[in-house]
Design a protein around this ligand. Structure first.
Ligand code: FAD
Length: 459
């Protein structure tokens, strides 16, 4: 049966899909938004928001343990997981309610159910076919596993299971030292668990600047978070007590749980797009820099498109596509300029190129770096955090990468992103004012140093 035709039909209401729907409706286009689960997708329900709520509880736990350091007598009496989950779920519920209201207020037609692409710009949901002058694919991603590794949700769990745990495990092996693995390791350690991260690559957060990985590893070591880098996983056996994990070389590690955090795959199986002729690569939908797929009038945004799997990339692409459809000719998104934050304790944040990538792109003799230690930053000393701001710049040219480590530095990444996108030179950036005392000043100090006139740092 054929039903309504929309200006824009969006398949999937996560960060990429709902932002596209909201912006398209704002621009006066009629919008149908197909969703099989809840508006908000992974980020709101099982991603960014609930993990950051857990990380905040973890920070409160650390503060309770650390009170004496700041002259406050506190005792840490433990974690009440029921209350932690109630707080986390409350945050998600309020945001979901807000989003639902927003979608309704913009007259977006929400089509509840599982959609499948059944024509060039058509989606069928429960036997009814909807069409759009434009179709936007935004079905997101799922937690991957490794061949032969069965995620049973009991002893071997994914991030979704981890978010629903009703207890603090006594010990966990985290398979994967990327963003998600490091964030859960950080939470569980603050909650009192024994944690060991297994990472096949030579360092944690291998996509970050090598100096950021080294700083995080130092901090994790100090916190008692164990990690084995360059150590590929081989197999797991579940036992009555938990899991017994064998790594390459034959060593066996035991724990109550194994968290599988080895990345996320594109949720395109059964979506029907390949059958309709949309060009794909390893399950991802391939697009050009205007988010166009190989089919006329069909766009794709978010985690199903190769690249950084981040909510704000999805938001930016969703808005971009709505404006493109409305004929506003938006500027393409510079993928390198997308800010990245790992919200562990300490946080790691970056924008632009790391030093190795900059050396490769421009030649090592054309690149200069400056590292400003947070030891010289008043606010960081007040908070009791260590870390740095590292700038990667072209000699006599713009800053091409900014790397931050330290508690709360994720909040500074907005300025880093402006600097990167502005293609600012040291001479332009050094005079920018930063309020004192803020952690933000560390970015200013780093630029003063880059301009050859360090203030609170040695020349
Ligand atoms: P999704 O958010 O996955 O949304 C896709 C939607 O499509 C879902 O609602 C799904 O139900 C629906 N759908 C799929 N198939 C169909 C179908 N056939 N019919 C109807 N509906 C369908 N990113 C950050 O930027 N910051 C963070 O701190 C962060 N933390 C994260 C922590 C975790 C544990 C995880 C797992 C992810 C995290 N991310 C974070 C990544 C972020 O969640 C994703 O990049 C983002 O959600 C991708 O948005 P999307 O719209 O592409 O897909």
């Amino acid at each position: 049966m054929a039903a309504a035709e929309f200006d824009v039909l969006v398949l999937g209401a996560g960060s990429g899909g709902y932002s596209c729907a909201l912006r398209a409706a704002q621009l006066g286009l009629s919008v149908g938004l197909v969703e099989k689960d809840l508006l908000g997708g992974t980020c709101l329900h099982v991603g960014c928001i609930p993990t950051k709520a857990l990380l905040h509880s973890a920070e409160v736990a650390d503060s309770a343990r650390d009170g004496a350091r700041f002259g406050v007598r506190t005792t840490f009496e433990g974690i009440d997981m029921t209350a932690v989950n109630a707080y986390k779920d409350g945050v998600v519920r309020r945001l979901h309610k807000g989003l639902t209201g927003l979608v309704a207020s913009r007259d977006i037609t929400v089509i509840q159910g599982e959609g499948r692409m059944t024509g060039p710009r058509e989606v069928t949901v429960d036997g009814t076919t909807y069409s759009g002058r434009h179709l936007v694919l935004a079905s997101g991603s799922y937690s991957r596993s490794l061949p032969g590794l069965d995620v049973d949700g009991d002893r071997v769990i994914s991030s979704e299971h981890a978010l629903a745990l009703d207890r603090v495990p006594t010990s966990v092996i985290v398979l994967g030292g990327g963003v998600i693995g490091c964030e859960f390791a950080s939470v569980w350690r603050s909650f009192g668990a024994e944690v060991t991260i297994l990472e096949a690559l030579p360092r944690l957060l291998a996509a970050e600047d090598a100096s950021s990985s080294a700083a995080l590893e130092r901090a994790f070591r100090k916190r008692g978070i164990g990690f084995r880098t360059g150590t590929p996983f081989q197999s797991v056996k579940t036992t009555d007590q938990g899991v017994s994990v064998t790594v390459e070389g034959g060593e066996v590690l035991e724990a109550e749980l194994l968290l599988v955090a080895v990345g996320r795959g594109p949720a395109t199986e059964g979506l029907g797009c390949a059958e309709q002729g949309v060009a794909m690569e390893r399950g991802f939908v391939t697009t050009d820099d205007r988010c166009r797929t190989s089919l006329e009038g069909v766009f794709a945004v978010g985690d199903i498109v190769p690249g950084l799997q981040l909510a704000h990339r999805g938001f930016a692409q969703g808005i971009f596509v709505a404006e493109e459809i409305a004929g506003l000719d938006p500027a393409p998104i510079d993928e390198t300029g997308i800010p990245r934050v790992t919200y562990s304790h300490p946080e790691v944040a970056s924008c632009g190129l790391d030093e190795d990538a900059a050396n490769e792109r421009f030649g090592a003799d054309q690149i200069t770096t400056v590292t400003y230690d947070l030891g010289g930053n008043g606010k960081s000393q007040i908070l009791g955090t260590q870390g740095f701001v590292k700038l990667v710049a072209r000699k006599d040219g713009p800053v091409v990468g900014i790397h931050l480590v330290g508690d709360r530095v994720g909040e500074l990444i907005g300025e880093a992103q402006l600097i990167y996108n502005w293609e600012g030179h040291a001479a332009d950036l050094a005079p920018l004012l930063h309020a004192h005392p803020t952690q933000n000043e560390a970015i200013g100090e780093a630029h003063l140093a880059l301009a050859g006139k360090p203030l609170h740092a040695h020349s």
